[in-house]
Write a protein that binds this ligand. Structure first.
Ligand code: PBG
Length: 333
């Protein structure tokens, strides 16, 4: 597509890099506050902000504090907040019934945000892991993760989230057939406008480690998730999954993790041309925030660069724990 440059010295490609305004003029991609979805951790209690040890700067918030955080995010212009509950271990069971309890932590937080800060979109997570005694995203029988039984439960979970007022449903479980089942149930229940952002290409990744601490699932998890999450060696399979989820009624798709999978983001955007998101996951956050805390890298610069690169790869937006920091920085520029 790009024209091959004339020979030196007719072409001196440094000419358009000579000053900050000129670099701005020729910059192909930019990061904006409109590109951000902010994942947050919810816990019970009141007035609580509890640090997550493996994610410096990230806290678990009680519902009242989540509402304050949503207010702050909306004032910064962040379009969406994504809720992840830290579930009391006593509520974790083999049947995962807490997942579709209309009054579970996630649903209470959704209702509280939607009534206090209606302008911010609330995204919720569909998967059984926060509620599952064995930490898996699906039901487990004799060591096997059951697909179809899990999909029925995920539909109940998604419906309870839509009933609570969620704007965007985010199935992160990687079961087959869940997007179609959730879409049909939403249509049937008068939730035609509820969006689905499918975690379509979600890899079995070591970069989720700090998240599992944050939601209290690491202790519970038996084995790994490689029979349902993708193999990091695969790329064509990501396109099949994205195509499948779009056919079943996903409005937007996600690649996860982000930084080691920019090639997948690029292929998905080029192939389908649909709203495409990357999740800069907990391990990616921890690497940047942890190195910055030790004075090994410039944290702010690494944060901005990492997020801009998602845009360059073709993403329309990024789920990032840095969202409010980024929004504050962008507001000052
Ligand atoms: C679970 C879920 C995970 C993340 C989002 N939803 C972890 C997992 O699949 O084990 C990871 C997010 C992160 O690491 O920041 N359904």
């Amino acid at each position: 597509m790009s024209h091959s440059p004339a020979a030196f010295p007719a072409a001196r490609l440094r000419r358009t890099r000579q000053s900050s305004p000129i670099r701005g003029l020729v910059r192909e991609n930019t990061l904006s506050v409109d590109d951000l979805i902010w994942p947050v951790f919810v816990r019970d209690g009141e007035g609580v902000e509890e640090p997550v040890a493996s994610m410096p700067g990230v806290v678990r918030r009680s519902v009242d504090k989540i509402v304050e955080a949503a207010r702050e995010a909306a004032d910064l212009g962040i379009p969406a907040i994504c809720l992840f509950p830290y579930t009391d271990p006593a509520l974790k069971t083999a049947d995962c019934a807490e997942a579709w309890n209309p009054d579970n932590l996630s649903n209470r937080a959704t209702r509280a945000i939607k009534s206090a800060v209606p302008e911010i979109a609330v995204m919720t997570d569909v998967a059984l892991d926060p509620y599952n005694i064995n930490g898996h995203d699906g039901f487990v029988r004799d060591g096997e993760i059951l697909n179809d039984e899990t999909v029925e439960a995920l539909v109940k979970q998604a419906m309870s989230q839509a009933d609570a007022g969620a704007d965007i449903i985010g199935p992160s479980d990687m079961m087959d057939g869940r997007i179609g089942a959730i879409r049909a149930a939403l249509e049937g229940a008068g939730h035609a406008d509820v969006m689905i952002l499918s975690y379509a290409a979600k890899y079995a990744s070591a970069f989720y480690g700090p998240f599992r601490d944050a939601v209290g699932a690491s202790g519970a998890l038996k084995g790994d998730k490689s029979t349902y999450q993708m193999d990091p060696g695969n790329s064509d399979e990501a396109l099949r999954l994205v195509g499948r989820d779009l056919d079943e009624g996903a409005d937007m798709v996600m690649v996860k993790p982000g930084m080691p999978y920019l090639d997948i983001c690029c292929r998905v955007k080029e192939h389908f041309g649909v709203p495409t998101y990357a999740y800069q996951v907990s391990g990616e956050y921890a690497m940047i925030a942890g190195a910055a805390q030790n004075g090994w890298i410039d944290g702010d610069k690494a944060m901005m660069e990492s997020l801009l690169c998602f845009k360059r790869a073709g993403c329309d937006g990024i789920l990032t724990y840095f969202a409010p920091q980024v929004a504050r920085k962008l507001a000052k520029q």
